[in-house]
Ligand binder design. Structure first.
Ligand SMILES: [Zn+2]
Length: 152
């Protein structure tokens, strides 16, 4: 099997940076709040309010960065899962002609459902091919993911 190219690793520094930004923003807001509350002069209170605004901007920027970082990681994992399923699909490796023939039904000894040969729920499992009648005689139901029951 040829080696599959791995997708680029997720940008790891983004989430700690986002947490650092949000944390420093919260600290800035708390310091500004304490300074404003301890001052009786309005002009000093207004000057500390500026620090509070900077803290609010940092919190918002950190939250936005964390959200987009999580989305990138999620999409990357989804892409890796799709690539792994395509690699483990025996039909794609052997014939590559699209949908499997209806006779390619498999299951393991302990499965309660039978599947098409390329079903992702059987990936990496020691499956045994058998006819639909044999699977149903063994008490197995058709898989709803790969539509094995619609093969008759
Ligand atoms: Zn299945």
């Amino acid at each position: 099997m040829p080696p599959t190219p791995r997708p680029a690793r997720p940008p790891r520094p983004l989430l700690p940076l986002a947490l650092l930004m949000a944390g420093s923003g919260i600290v800035a807001m708390l310091v500004a709040w304490i300074k404003v509350a301890s001052s009786l002069h309005v002009d000093r209170q207004i000057s500390w309010t500026g620090l509070s605004l900077v803290g609010a901007v940092l919190v918002c920027a950190g939250a936005g960065l964390a959200a987009t970082s999580g989305e990138r990681v999620f999409l990357l994992h989804l892409q890796r899962l799709g690539a792994a399923l395509a690699v483990n699909d025996p039909s794609a490796a052997t014939n590559g002609t699209g949908p499997l023939p209806p006779t390619g039904l498999v299951a393991t000894e302990t499965m309660s459902r039978y599947h098409r040969a390329g079903c992702p729920l059987t990936a990496g499992k020691p499956v045994i091919p058998a006819s639909q009648v044999d699977h149903e005689r063994a008490g197995r139901l058709p898989c709803g993911v790969c539509g094995a029951g619609a093969t008759s």
